[in-house]
Design a protein around this ligand. Structure first.
Ligand SMILES: NC(=O)c1ccc[n+]([C@@H]2O[C@H](COP(=O)([O-])OP(=O)(O)OC[C@H]3O[C@@H](n4cnc5c(N)ncnc54)[C@H](OP(=O)(O)O)[C@@H]3O)[C@@H](O)[C@H]2O)c1
Length: 325
C-alpha cells in the first residue's frame, strides 16, 4: 500500500510528536508543511523530509497530498480547515475543533457541499479503551447509571505559550475540559441542563467546575484546571449495580469494571495507546481511502454538539475571546 501523504499546517510540539510516530510506522509521509515562522517550518520540513511552504495557499495547492492535518492553536483551526476544504482537501483537525459552534457548523456545511472528509482529532475516541467503557455502559453492565465524575487537573499553563494566551483561544475549556465533556456526551448524550463556574484570569479560564444533568437524572461533575494537579485525571461512573473507573481516561489503555465486592474485570488494550498517534492516523487514512466523509470514531454530530455545550459554558462563565489573532 502506498504511504498516505499528509500536509501539516502547524509544526509545533504536537506536530513533532505525531510526525515522529507516523513516519516511523512506515504507513505515512508528510509531503508538505506550513506554519507562520518560516525558519521553524523549514527545520520541521528538513527533519521529516517534507517540502516547506511559505503560505498555506501554496501548501494546499499541492497536488501530491491526500489530506491536511491542522495542528495550530485553536484560534487558527477554522481559518485553515475552511481554506483546505475550499481547496478540495480532506481535513483532520485537532481538538478543540473550532472556537465556537457556528464555525464547526460552517465547516460541516462546506465539507458536505464539496463531499470531503472532515473529522476532529479527538484522540480519546480513536482509543479501544474509551470504546470499551461505552460498550459496558450500553450493555448496562453496571445497571442504571446514577452519576459520573471526571477530574482533569494538569498544570499545563506553562506547557506552551498558546495555553495561556487569550488571543490564541487558550485556557482550560478548549484545551483540556473538552475531553471530559466529550466523554460524558459520548456516554450519556446531550445534557438537559448545564451549570458551570470558572476562575478567569488574564482573559482565560484557568479552572472550572461543571455539572451536567442528562436523561433519567444522570448527573456528571467535571472539575478541570490548568494551574494545579490536585485531582489529577480520573473518571468514575456509578450505577445501580457497580462502577467503572479509569485513570488518565482521555488517553487510557485501562479501565476497571466492578460489580459487587469480588467481581472485578480489568480491560487493557493490546496497544500502548497512551502517547501513540499511529492508530489514529492509520484509521483516518483508511477511512479517507474508503471514501467516507466523516469518521466512524468521531462523528461530526458529536463534534458539533460538544462545541454547542462549550458555547453554553462560555456564556455562563463569561468567557469571551474578543481579540483573537
Ligand atoms: N491530541 C493530543 O494529544 C493533543 C496534545 C497536545 C495538543 N493538542 C492540540 O494540538 C494543537 C496544537 O498544539 P501544540 O501544543 O502543538 O501547539 P504549539 O506547540 O504552540 O504549536 C502550534 C504550531 O502552530 C503554528 N501556528 C500558530 N499560529 C499559527 C497561525 N496563525 N498560522 C499558522 N501556523 C500557526 C505555530 O507556529 P509558530 O511557531 O510560527 O508560532 C506552531 O508550529 C492544539 O489544537 C492543541 O489543543 C492535542
Amino acid at each position: 500500500m502506498d504511504k498516505f501523504r499528509w500536509c501539516f499546517i502547524g509544526t509545533g510540539r504536537l506536530a513533532n510528536q505525531v510526525a515522529k510516530q507516523i513516519l516511523d510506522s512506515g504507513n505515512h509521509e508528510i509531503t508538505v508543511c506550513f506554519s507562520r515562522n518560516e525558519e521553524r517550518c523549514k527545520e520541521f520540513a528538513k527533519q521529516y523530509h517534507a517540502r516547506s511552504c511559505v503560505s498555506s495557499e501554496e501548501a494546499l495547492r499541492s497536488g501530491d497530498i491526500d489530506a491536511v492535518y491542522i495542528v495550530t492553536p485553536h484560534n487558527a483551526h477554522f481559518r485553515y480547515a475552511k481554506q483546505a476544504l475550499e481547496a478540495g482537501k480532506p481535513v483532520f483537525c485537532e481538538k478543540a475543533f473550532t472556537v465556537s459552534a457556528w464555525e464547526t457548523e460552517e465547516l460541516i456545511r462546506i465539507a458536505r457541499q464539496n463531499r470531503l472528509y472532515l473529522a476532529e482529532a479527538m484522540w480519546t475516541w480513536f482509543s479501544p479503551c474509551a470504546n470499551q467503557v461505552k460498550k459496558w455502559i450500553d450493555e448496562k453492565q453496571i445497571g442504571e447509571i446514577r452519576n459520573a465524575s471526571f477530574t482533569y487537573h494538569m498544570k499545563s499553563i506553562g506547557y506552551a505559550p498558546r495555553v495561556s494566551d487569550p488571543k490564541r483561544a487558550g485556557g482550560a475549556l478548549l484545551d483540556i475540559t473538552v475531553y471530559p465533556i466529550t466523554y460524558a456526551y459520548r456516554l450519556f448524550g446531550y445534557p438537559k441542563k448545564i451549570e458551570s463556574n470558572a476562575v478567569l484570569k488574564n482573559g482565560i479560564d484557568v479552572s472550572e467546575e461543571i455539572v451536567m444533568t442528562f436523561e433519567k437524572g444522570i448527573k456528571t461533575t467535571i472539575s478541570a484546571s490548568i494551574v494545579d494537579m490536585k485531582g489529577l485525571e480520573k473518571m468514575k461512573i456509578s450505577g445501580s449495580e457497580g462502577s467503572i473507573s479509569s485513570s488518565f481516561y482521555h488517553a487510557s489503555t485501562k479501565a476497571i469494571l466492578r460489580k459487587g465486592l469480588l467481581d472485578r474485570q480489568t480491560y487493557k488494550s493490546g496497544n500502548q495507546l497512551f502517547n501513540s498517534y499511529v492508530d489514529e492516523f492509520d484509521t483516518v487514512a483508511s477511512e479517507i481511502r474508503e471514501g467516507l466523509l466523516e469518521s466512524r470514531m468521531v462523528p461530526l454530530g458529536s463534534t458539533l454538539d460538544v462545541m454547542r455545550i462549550m458555547d453554553e459554558i462560555r456564556k455562563q462563565i463569561g468567557l469571551e475571546y474578543n481579540d483573537l489573532e
